[in-house]
Design a protein around this ligand. Structure first.
Ligand code: FES
Length: 164
């Protein structure tokens, strides 16, 4: 009987250990910093009117967002300027909300709150021959703290856990 109990004990501990490893791996994959030097080319997207006012479009192949505010187009790196976590866009609030330390940014990537040193970094974006093009070789620091040039009021509550 003690042998059977020992085997069950080992099986439980092994299972719990594997679950722990899986949880750590999943968390790391979700939050790992992005490689800054990964990008490097010109991306040709659709016509500019495809990007409506106050919308955010995720461009998976370049890991960036295209947004439009006050008629201006922005190509925002999804890498948080604080420590590089992926910053998802929250449709409910109309804000980019970093899950790591709580930095928030408006639709143009302007910093609103949290420990980030500045707004979201921006790639060069322009319209060429009727198509939006993003140069992922040219990444500039986001606007300084306090910039409110493209500020829009929040749409609603935050997507973060326990946040209003
Ligand atoms: Fe985004 Fe720290 S990495 S707030």
């Amino acid at each position: 009987m003690p042998k059977r109990r020992n085997l069950l004990n080992i099986a439980w501990k092994t299972g719990a250990g594997l679950l722990g490893v899986e949880a750590v791996w999943t968390t790391y994959e979700a939050l790992k910093p992005l490689a800054q030097g990964k990008a490097g080319g010109t991306l040709t997207l659709g016509p500019p009117d495809q990007y409506a006012e106050k919308t955010v479009t995720y461009i998976r192949e370049a890991q960036l967002y295209v947004s439009r505010v006050k008629g201006e187009l922005f190509a925002l790196s999804q890498s948080c300027p604080h420590l590089g976590c992926r910053v998802p866009f929250c449709e409910a609030s109309g804000r980019f909300e970093c899950p790591c330390h709580g930095s928030k940014y408006d639709l143009a990537g302007e910093w609103l709150e949290g420990p980030s040193p500045h707004g979201m970094n921006r790639y060069r974006i322009e319209v060429q021959d009727g198509r939006v093009t993003v140069d992922t070789r040219v990444l500039k620091n986001g606007p300084p703290l306090g910039t409110r040039q493209y500020y829009t009021p929040p749409r609603g509550g935050s997507c973060g856990p326990g946040r209003a």
